[in-house]
Design a protein around this ligand. Structure first.
Ligand code: GLC
Length: 616
């Protein structure tokens, strides 16, 4: 390699350890193109050289303590910069609030340059090295990450790797006819091959963006656009794309990003005759990115966004010897949670959680109730079939319930991508609105409002009991409601995900709104307890148990002689509960109220919860 002589000792050591595997994978993927491989190695070396001192120091510490993100001490929050504080300088000013929420992992939603009106909420990037001007500059981002690090907060940013905006320089050149640039995407003179692809490729946004290709009338070409027509899929079979995107990823890591969220990663490899999702080459690419990260910036983690069924998600952890992502979203558990709220029957959730509990404890999941995206109903229908539950009818029930269209439901969600062909609508809405707070406040019904807050608190108590990293969706800590103003903007109107992307309601904080403060305080108590008791550590074993009520979920945890038995009532009605066999209720105490299990007895209130703990 050209500059190898000047490589620093630290870099060289990390590089040598991983060289064989990286080269092997690269040569297999890119037909032994050693010239391209050497270019990549030089890129890694120069990114290492450019990496700041403080970041290198943190790399070393994390390398020595590779379990640093596997503790119960982490609490995440994801937020839109503009919704929360206007711009990056604003977030810096409001960092005290973030800290007061106990957050030490901050996920800033996409903030790189993306043309207005055709940005899919920031997921159509036209320059991976430039911040959206209205949010600030790269220097602002660097200043913010540096300050976060000083205050013990790690920062996460999306790396939108599947596609670029049609306004990216590569796309513009491709459109103008540059042959090399066209090879970075999937360009076709006619519809023959696109039509063959369409035979096996499902649609991501069947109503808001049907089809997987877009015809460019100006240059008379069809281009692959799996997501929106203005998001052009990158062709990772071209090593130049891989090399340049690695350069972009390392650039962001060097700006102080600790966690790289690999956006829509299952989609990055396309092959005719397949569904173009989760193909083996995707795993090779992620494995190479992991190796590259370990060489250049070992303190940086990869978080895979794999919104798929569990059997597709888990392989993204890789194997013990050849790991891929450090963390993955616990997406099926999230969707099963909302199913449980709507059905008041915990059996499916138990089954789902049991599956997660069986996985190796090294796997770190990101647990969440809501995020910036819709809730897709990817549930275990094969299993539900035995109880006579049919997929389409069940999805309709969930959507009817959670949009408040019947069943005495106070939920206020909206449908997303309602596809009449597949009968597969998904769902949007904030946690508080789905829990019934919006309806209660509208009806000025105090009793209902308290019931909604209780439901919201119970869901968070349940979220926090799980192993992994809990990530709050900004605004949920104070019960932020749906925002309907997106309907007034033509570019957003069709995308109901904006329902839960509203401006942060600072007035609730400033005026110390009673309900918001109650929720905030309860969450802080729960989060503090989670961080203090090592029973919540990822090393603890976890299982579910029968509570005697089909509406009450029981989650057990065990670590070094200590035990937790937690109960969560998914119904608004009180329930009778029982303890697992051989449990002595006199020895358990609810962590939050400090009341003993035998004092509380066998009842749990509507949307009630207990965290019963036994110290030895
Ligand atoms: C991811 C994002 C989603 C976006 C899509 C396309 O799934 O979470 O918001 O629309 O990627 O980039």
């Amino acid at each position: 390699m050209s500059g190898q002589k000047e490589w620093s000792k630290e870099f060289k050591e990390r590089f040598d350890k991983r060289y064989d595997e990286l080269k092997w994978l690269y040569c297999e993927m890119y037909h032994n193109d050693m010239h391209a491989f050497e270019w990549l190695c030089d890129l890694m070396a120069s990114c290492y050289e450019e990496r700041g001192k403080a970041l290198k120091k943190s790399d070393r510490l994390r390398e020595k303590n590779p379990d640093w993100y596997r503790t119960n001490g982490l609490l995440g929050m994801m937020m839109y910069t503009n919704a929360f504080a206007g711009d990056l300088k604003g977030v810096l000013k409001k960092l005290d609030y973030v800290k007061s929420c106990g957050v030490n992992y901050l996920h800033l939603m996409p903030l790189l340059e993306s043309p207005k009106g055709r940005d899919d909420g920031g997921y159509a990037i036209s320059d991976f090295r430039k911040v959206q001007p209205e949010l600030g500059t790269m220097e602002d981002l660097e200043r913010l990450t540096a300050e976060c690090h000083k205050q013990g907060i790690s920062c996460c940013l999306d790396f939108v790797m599947n596609h670029t905006s049609e306004d990216h320089a590569w796309a513009k050149a491709a459109r103008a006819g540059d042959a090399e640039a066209r090879k970075r995407y999937f360009f076709y003179d006619n519809w023959v091959i696109p039509e063959q692809f369409e035979k096996t490729m499902p649609e991501v946004f069947p109503t808001t963006a049907p089809g997987n290709f877009t015809w460019l009338d100006d240059c008379k070409q069809a281009v692959m656009t799996t997501f929106y027509p203005y998001q052009w899929d990158l062709n990772y079979a071209n090593c130049v794309v891989f090399n340049d995107m690695v350069g972009n990823m390392l650039f962001l890591a060097n700006k102080g990003i600790d966690i790289i969220r690999l956006d829509a990663v299952p989609y990055i490899w396309k092959e005719l005759g397949t569904n173009c999702r989760n193909l083996p080459q995707v795993h090779n690419i992620v494995r190479m990115m992991r190796l590259i990260g370990e060489i250049v910036c070992p303190g940086v983690l990869l978080l895979g966004e794999v919104v798929m069924e569990p059997s597709k998600v888990v392989p993204y952890f890789g194997t013990v010897g050849k790991p891929e992502c450090h963390m993955l979203y616990n997406v099926t558990t999230m969707a099963s949670t909302w199913h449980t709220l709507a059905t008041k029957d915990v059996s499916l959730l138990r089954r789902q959680m049991d599956k997660v509990c069986e996985l190796p404890k090294d796997y770190v999941f990101l647990n969440y109730l809501r995020c910036h995206d819709d809730i897709g109903w990817g549930l275990d229908y094969d299993w539900m079939k035995q109880f006579g539950t049919e997929e389409a009818a069940h999805k309709k029930y969930l959507n009817d319930y959670l949009t408040g269209r019947g069943y005495h439901s106070d939920s206020r969600g909206e449908l997303y991508n309602d596809d009449p062909k597949l009968k597969d609508a998904r769902l949007c809405g904030t946690t508080a609105s789905l829990c019934g707070l919006e309806a209660a406040l509208y009806e000025k019904d105090e009793k209902k409002a308290l019931c909604a807050i209780a439901c919201d608190e119970m869901l968070h108590a349940y979220l926090l009991v799980q192993s992994g990293i809990p990530v709050l969706y900004s605004g949920d800590e104070i019960g932020q409601l749906n925002d309907y103003t997106y309907k007034e903007e033509a570019a957003k109107r069709e995308d109901s995900r904006y329902l839960h992307r509203g401006k942060f309601p600072w007035h609730l904080v400033e005026e110390k709104d009673e309900l918001s403060m109650r929720l905030f305080k309860t969450l802080r108590e729960l989060e503090t307890a989670r961080a203090e008791y090592d029973i919540f550590d990822g090393k603890a074993s976890m299982w579910t148990f029968d509570t005697g009520s089909r509406s009450v979920l029981g989650i057990g945890r065990y670590l070094d002689g200590k035990k937790l038995l937690a109960y969560f009532n998914f119904s608004e009605h009180g329930q009778c509960i029982q303890v697992p066999p051989e449990t002595n209720p006199a020895r358990y105490e609810d962590i939050l109220t400090k009341k003993r299990m035998d004092e509380i007895g066998g009842d749990i209130g509507g949307y009630g919860y207990y965290w019963f703990y036994q110290a030895d």
